[in-house]
Design a binder for this molecule. Structure first.
Ligand SMILES: *Cc1c(COP(=O)(O)O)cnc(C)c1O
Length: 458
């Protein structure tokens, strides 16, 4: 079969048999999706042989690039020993070594690692642990959660119950448990119509008001430290995270940090909590944990929480939760290899210059007439497009403006994805200076071309 007919074959069968995530499949049927067959470094190759820059790290997971020798070899080496056994009644070296390493690099006080396989499950586990912790502590009325508007913690029902993105979450409302919602630290469109810093973090005061009133019912606060990712790369102002930590202590509420997106260097520190020297009570990790190779997640608890679950079996203090592939060997081997690379290649300190370069280049994008705000923390970037820069009037959702920008970028050899009216850039941490320049250049051209076009016909 020639390449063109092979491509046609896969397209037809994809459209006949697949149901893609977060995708209106009627639209999908009209598109010609890229069929990825290979990757190398910061690039992906499609079936026709064309290479594309992976501008979103294959949805926020890739760290050291594709086909990284050390990770490839770690997985192959593990395959030659064993690919999977269980953590029910058994254990194995890779998961033990990984746990040791995770405790070493995560914020102080976190000592016990519970494994699962996605960000959503890491969050479910944290919620259930927090809930049951209070049951064991004789505070059985602490059964609810406090979360933030614009939050995203995954797509399972518990995670959706503490989510705050109406477009994704409203449809499932009757299935969800109720949560308290505090304002999102989204300064560009402040819910409280204030300006930082003269607001003195009024959003935290609002959070405190909820805690003051309901702390007897609240088991935990869950938030995405420093950057609310899927909400549109919303960057919290300085002091917000530390302030939230302080409030949790004051009102005896557990703090759950969801670092599924921000973890493993993405914000310029290994974990976003480090920016404000915060240690949560529970930490959720996934996405980048294996360098973007295999599904793996971890929920890390403090010794205090762990100890509350100890007792005689008949006391039923056991944490009755587990997923079949919990702590899988191949995924653990990939994660260990990725963590070794962070050390060997000084991945995070090498980001510093690249982050500066990005910052400088993004200034030009911020100046474009239809760019409302550019938000950046390390390698997490959101470019919010607006119909009117002065009034911040958004583009109507149905115009899919950011989606069109990403489509144009694709034609130019860059893969990026929109979130509402926000164009997201999240390159692999290993990206070169040259590749970063290309990433920004294509993004700028695409924004320019699409927004100029759409204002012509408006
Ligand atoms: C992606 C994400 C999740 C969900 O992770 P999945 O692996 O897709 O289930 C949870 N929290 C945050 C902050 C995320 O970005």
């Amino acid at each position: 079969m020639g390449i063109q007919s092979l491509k046609k074959h896969f397209e037809t069968n994809d459209k006949k048999r697949l149901w893609h995530p977060f995708t209106q499949m009627r639209d999908w049927a009209k598109e010609n999706p890229l069929i990825i067959t290979e990757g190398r470094g910061s690039f992906l190759k499609d079936i026709t042989g064309r290479w594309y820059l992976d501008g979103v790290s294959s949805i926020w997971v890739n760290i050291h690039g594709h086909r990284k020798k050390e990770i490839d070899e770690a997985i192959k080496g593990q395959v030659d020993r064993i690919s999977h056994s269980t953590l029910l009644g058994l254990t194995h070296p890779p998961v033990i070594e990984l746990s040791e390493r995770l405790v070493e690099i995560t914020p102080p006080g976190l000592t016990r690692v519970f494994y699962s396989d996605s960000g959503s499950t890491a969050v479910e586990i944290a919620l259930k642990m927090a809930f049951q912790y209070w049951q064991h502590k004789g505070a059985g009325e602490k059964t609810q959660f406090l979360c933030l508007n614009n939050a995203y913690h995954g797509d399972t029902l518990g995670a959706v119950s503490v989510g705050g993105i109406d477009t994704f979450h409203n449809a499932f409302a009757p299935l969800l448990f109720r949560s308290f919602k505090a304002p999102s630290p989204y300064c560009y469109r402040c819910e409280l119509r204030k300006k930082y810093p003269s607001c003195k973090l009024l959003c935290l005061t609002k959070m405190e008001n909820l805690m003051k009133r309901y702390h007897k019912k609240i088991a935990g606060l869950i938030l995405e430290p420093i950057v609310q990712g899927a909400g549109g790369m919303l960057t919290a102002p300085a002091g917000y995270l530390k302030g939230a930590r302080r409030l949790c202590r004051k009102y005896n509420i557990l703090m759950i940090a969801d670092e599924v997106a921000t973890g493993f260097g993405r914000t310029g520190k290994m974990f976003a909590c480090e920016h404000e020297k915060v240690s949560p009570d529970l930490l959720c990790l996934a996405k980048g944990i294996t360098g973007g190779y295999l599904p793996l997640a971890a929920t890390i608890a403090t010794e205090k929480i762990y100890k509350a679950f100890l007792g005689e079996f008949k006391d039923l203090k056991t944490f009755f939760h587990g997923h079949t592939y919990t702590g899988n060997q191949l995924a653990s081997a990939a994660a260990i290899a990725s963590l070794k690379l962070f050390k060997k290649e000084r991945t995070i300190s090498k980001m510093r210059k690249k982050t500066e370069l990005l910052k400088k280049k993004l200034l030009r994008i911020a100046d474009l007439p239809h760019v409302g705000e550019v938000r950046q923390r390390g390698f997490m970037i959101g470019i919010e497009l607006v119909k009117n820069k002065k009034t911040k009037q958004p583009y109507p959702m149905k115009q899919k403006i950011a989606g069109k920008v990403c489509g144009r970028a694709g034609e130019k050899g860059l893969i990026i994805r929109p979130l509402g009216n926000v164009v997201v850039l999240m390159p692999p941490l290993s990206i070169s200076h040259q590749e970063l320049k290309r990433l920004i250049q294509i993004t700028e051209e695409s924004i320019r071309e699409i927004t100029e076009q759409s204002s012509d016909c408006a």
